[in-house]
Design a protein around this ligand. Structure first.
Ligand code: FES
Ligand SMILES: [Fe+2]
Length: 461
């Protein structure tokens, strides 16, 4: 609808640069992650990956997570410790410490600390003084868990350490998990947004750049968003010839993400209940830096083994490798260019959110309410709350069913099939894996023959 120039705001008129030159603001409540910030407190209620096992050698490693400078080390007894960077004596950095059979020794005056931060020795002091130091001075430390090539840490209040969440995709038969990291030089929320933004694949990864994945991604498809406990799903149902391809992106709050295949699914061949191609956490380094820790997943129900190469995970992650020339980045922008180009922390109050941003609106709203609840003393929900006895069911993946057009309203057909494919998975979510696969696949085959899923025929003949 054309509005007359009298009724339009100054900012919406042509050549309105002058009126838009004000500096916007990031959403502090959702973007600030340091100690004692509302979002930082919330994030500190969860386990987060902080390093890859392959990154931790004989020497201590300086890392930064949630705005805290930390030192990660493996002592000679093979235990992993994550401690505050500065020694409690006179603040020397433990990155220059020496690992011992038990713990890490500060380089400056030789105090020795266990992996839990306990002071074990303070040499050069009278015995009574050393005893007092050991009893009263502790180095800040966090619990860690090494798992399948990633090292996870819990940085919250010790008494509230949650169960380590095990998702169903950690251990699917025939799948290989390959750890990788992906750096984004911007705030974590900008990186997280992309997972519940299925429409961007049609533009960034296809029409604008080039076909970074496959031709089918260029179709916008019919989108639908779901909110289930702490899980948010964005599905896109696309028409590819005689097939309908339903792709599901997934976010489990606060920062666990999965999606369908980057390369093995293109909509051209039937695919029943394929699973995610990456199992990934979007971890804030601080307010302006993010590091995704993930496993790239290879196998029959994920991405093909030929992408199990050094570059493979980067291509799966964002469609292009990270280390490219500026000119190449301009020619073929990928997720890094889209998210980092917004600036270190985007100006949220200058965004214009539209219907296709519904998933982003939904999850940010829930995130904000969880952060506020915690400020009011209510501890946040965890995915493990509902799945005490087995892995947490997840939904990121692809399904391609054969469903040729029938002359009816194909937009309606796509919507119906998209919804039916997800409902089948929701109904089967509590079943053991083998039963779950059998049930979902059987129901997906029924979708192919179910005439009721077609949109109404609009032709008069
Ligand atoms: S500063 Fe670490 S032992 Fe003195
Ligand atoms: Fe993307």
């Amino acid at each position: 609808m054309n509005r007359s120039t009298e009724t339009r705001s100054k900012e919406s008129l042509p050549y309105s640069g002058y009126h838009q030159s004000w500096t916007g603001q990031g959403d502090d409540e959702l973007t600030r992650v340091g100690p004692n910030t509302p979002c930082g407190e919330y994030l500190r209620r969860f386990w987060h990956p902080v390093a890859m096992t392959s990154d931790l050698g004989e020497r201590p490693k300086l890392i930064r997570i949630l705005g805290e400078d930390l030192v990660l080390f493996r002592d000679k007894g093979e235990r992993v410790g994550l401690v505050h960077r500065r020694c409690p004596h006179r603040r020397a950095s433990l990155e220059f410490g020496v690992t011992e059979e038990r713990g890490i020794r500060c380089c400056y005056h030789g105090w020795l600390f266990d992996v839990d931060g306990t002071t074990l020795e303070a040499p050069g002091q009278p015995a009574q003084v050393e005893k007092q130091i050991c009893e009263n001075v502790t180095l800040g430390a966090y619990p860690v868990k090494e798992f399948k090539g990633l090292i996870f840490a819990y940085m919250g209040p010790p008494g509230l350490k949650p169960v380590f969440p095990v998702y169903d995709t950690f251990d699917l038969p025939g799948q290989t998990l390959v750890p990788y990291t992906a750096p984004f030089h911007c705030n974590w929320l900008q990186v997280l947004d992309a997972i519940v933004d299925p429409i961007h694949t049609a533009f960034l990864h296809s029409r604008i750049s080039r076909e970074q994945f496959s031709e089918g991604f260029g179709e916008i498809g019919k989108m639908k968003f779901y909110k289930r406990r702490t899980t948010f799903l964005g599905t896109a149902a696309r028409r590819v010839g005689d097939n309908v391809w339903v792709r599901t992106n997934e976010l489990v709050l606060p920062n666990f993400t999965q999606a369908g295949a980057a390369f093995s699914a293109d909509g051209t061949r039937q695919l029943y209940y394929s699973r995610t191609s990456f199992v990934r956490w979007v971890v804030p380094i601080d307010d302006e830096e993010t590091l995704c820790f993930a496993w790239a997943v290879f196998g029959e129900r994920a991405d093909p083994d030929e992408y199990n190469t050094p570059e493979g995970p980067e291509l799966i992650e964002q469609g292009e490798v990270f280390d490219r020339s500026y000119e190449e980045k301009q020619r073929c922008p990928a997720d890094a260019e889209a998210t980092e180009g917004m600036g270190p922390i985007t100006e949220h109050n200058k965004e214009h959110l539209v219907a296709s941003d519904q998933g982003i609106v939904m999850y940010r709203r829930r995130l904000r309410s969880l952060i506020r609840d915690l400020q009011d003393g209510k501890e946040p929900a965890h995915a493990t709350d509902d799945w005490q006895d087995g892995p947490i069911p997840t939904f990121g993946g692809d399904t391609v069913v054969q469903k040729p057009k029938n002359g009816g309203d194909d937009a309606v057909t796509l919507r119906n099939i998209g919804r039916a494919v997800m409902e089948v998975q929701f109904e089967a979510e509590g079943l053991p894996e083998t039963d779950r696969v059998a049930k979902v696949v059987a129901c997906l085959k029924q979708i192919e023959t179910d005439e009721m899923l077609y949109g109404e025929t609009t032709r008069s003949d």
